[in-house]
Each structure stands twice: as structure tokens, then as C-alpha cells.
Design a protein around this ligand. Sequence first.
Ligand code: AMP
Ligand code: GLY
Length: 414
Amino acid sequence: MVHKSTVIVGGGGRESALKYVLEAEGHKADVISDGQSALDFIKDDTPDLVIFGSEVALVEGYADAIRAKGIAVCGPSKQAAQLEGSKAFAEAFMDRHGITRPASTVVTPDSIDSYALPAASTIVLKADGLAGGKGVVLPESDEEAAATLKEMFSGVRNAGAGKDCVVVQERLSGPEVSVFALTDGSDFVILPYTQDHKRLKDGDKGPNTGGMGAYAPADILVNTEQREKIEAIIEATISGMRAEGMEYRGVLYVGIMLARERDDEPVVIEYNVRFGDPEAQVLLPMMHRAGVDIYELLASTDSTIEPSGVAKMTELKTSALTACLASKGYPESSEKGVVIHGIDAAYPNTDVFFGAVMEEDGVYTTNGGRVLYVTGYGETIDSAAQHAYAAIGDEAIHFDGMQYRTDIAWQIRS
Ligand code: AMP
Ligand code: GLY
């Protein structure tokens, strides 16, 4: 095998999983926190491939800056990254290309006076711009809806997200599926379906988080007709971007809801321009275990995708499930410097990916909200869950104040 050198831009559990699979394939992988640091890094060390884990550097245009140096990149251009960077852009794009989505209205500080906000329980408010996971609010009362809108317009949210416009969207319900396609701008490969768990607590209760756990494959949630519609959405997105002169190369993440209000039809809840976190912590190691060449797949987004890897992926005999171990106070705050126990022990059929961990002299401590991800593997989701959860607890991995969900994959576990 030819050993390649890669740079991964970002810094959480997703990036740890990318590094893990690339190193397992025998490649070099350096994780660099942000776009500017990655640009500085490649001045001295020319990698074969730069992979963007997080969206921030893509929206800032660092994929273009690195491509301009003749280095292969997995990640879309600044223009194409608007699919995630601007909710208003994404809504208008879907409209132009007939892509099924919830009914939406874009409101601005100027138009708000002439706009009657619908009942809170029927809407979702989405701040335009990157909001670090805090841009989407499902208001519980009309007072909360009005106050949230006001707050978004005031620009106090992350980096002023929602200051100029907010998307008011029809609230739908139904199972959600995270769908990832790797594309060279024309051809694409759809990876096994995954499902994230956004809420903090078991039973999908508590506040929204970055994601408390995931599993794959989640293909069982989707029937043949829905699958065909999802594939048509991916196709329409990629060809639509190309037709508009914004060729999309890299990882395309489409958040799908099988909407009860629409006879379970797949609708697009959101676009993201990179792998999901924690979806990557199940998808990547699971594909690696199935013999998929991850480097080749990611690198081919910058040249030509060979959909030949697809056959292998649909024959996967492995399932994977990950549970996030979050620190006390998350998602509002996070406790740092708490000692983590049990990481050094070996747990069968399990990998541990670091999200926010400090290591000093062999002592591991918490360093943020989503601390660790424990991924278990098995022939079935049930056995993957058994392996993951056997590695968590008082006799295994734990720390003071640790929060985690015990019901990841509840929709399909027996
Ligand atoms: P996001 O921050 O864009 O990932 O959205 C967070 C979560 O908000 C999604 O995973 C959904 O659970 C929920 N959500 C977004 N849009 C809608 C919608 N139109 N109807 C119901 N729930 C939604
Ligand atoms: N898991 C959701 C996200 O990465 O946006």
C-alpha cells in the first residue's frame, strides 16, 4: 500500500474517527484545529490530501485556498458551502430545484412588522448563518417564539447568526435519517444511512445538543420508495449545484425527515457540507471494518468518484453504535479538568474516540462538552449496543458528572 499524508481540519470526535481510520489504513494523519492553522501547516509540509471535518473552515473558503496550492481537498468551495452556511440560500436553492422541504418563509428585521408569526407549536425558527448548533429553535410558546426571533435579529447568537434573516419553517415530525453522499461534483456514492440522537436525555427528552449518539446502518428505517426519493434528492442537489456553477465536491450531508404530515415522504430538514458528528464515529470505522478504502474514497471527491465501493457497503455485515459521554452541565456549559477513569483498559469490539480530552502524564481529563464517544461493533445493532455499553460505567469508562444516553438506537433495538 502507498502511504499518504493527510491533514484533517477540525477538532472533535469526528476528526478523531477520521484520523483513526486513516492511520489504520497506514497513512499519516495530522488533525489541525482551523483553516488558517491548516494553511500555515501546509507551508512546511505538503500533504496528499486535506480533509475538512468541520464546516467553519469551508464556509470561510479554506478549501479554495488549499486547492489553489495544487493540493487535493475533500470539501466544497466557499460558494458551495453556502448550502450549510446560509439557511436562506439553502431554502431558495431547494425551491429552484423542486427539492421537497418544509414550507418556509424568510423574514428580515424590515419585513417582520408585516408578518404574522404562526402559532409556536407549528413552526421552527432557523437563524441564517453558522450558529454552532444553536441556530434552530422549536419554540414551546408564542412568547418564546417572539423572544427568540427578537434575539436572533439582535445578533447575540453565535457570530451574529440570524441578524439579517431568519427562516420560519413549518414544523414536521417523524424519524430523522442522516444521509451522506461523497461526490466529485457529478457522480456520487451514498454511504449507509445513519441516525443521530439530538436530545440530551433518554426518550428524546431534554435540550437539543450537537448529538448524543448514533448508529449505522439505519437503512431499515427507510423503504424502497423512500430510498428512491432520497437518491433523487441527492442527485437533484448535486446536479443543481453544478448547473448553477457551484460544483459541489466533498461530503454532502442531507438531514432527512420521513414526515408523518406528508405520508412519510422524505423531506430535507437541513444540508451540511461535511460528515456528521457523531455519525462519523460509527460510519467511518464500520466502513473500514468492511474493507472500504476510506482514503481512496475521500481523495476521489477531488478527482473522479468510482462508485465501485458501493457494492461492498451494501453487503456490510457489521453494525456500529456510538454513545457520547458528555460533561456535567452540557449543553449549557461544560466542566473541564475532571479525571476520566477506565480509558486505558481494553474493551472487546469497541473503540473510544476523543472529543474533548486532555492528556498529561498518562492522566486523562475532560476538556469540553462532548468528551468521549464509545463506539461498539457487532453483527447486529443489539450486539453493537451491548459492546458499547459494556465499556461505560463505574467498572469501565466513567467520570464525575458524566451524562450519556442509554437508549441509542431505540427505534430499532429489540
Ligand atoms: P439542525 O441544528 O439544523 O441540525 O437542526 C436540529 C434539529 O431540529 C433537527 O435534527 C430536527 O430534529 C429539528 N428540526 C429542524 N427543522 C425542523 C422542522 N422543520 N420540523 C421539525 N423539526 C425540525
Ligand atoms: N450530528 C449532527 C451534525 O453533525 O450536524
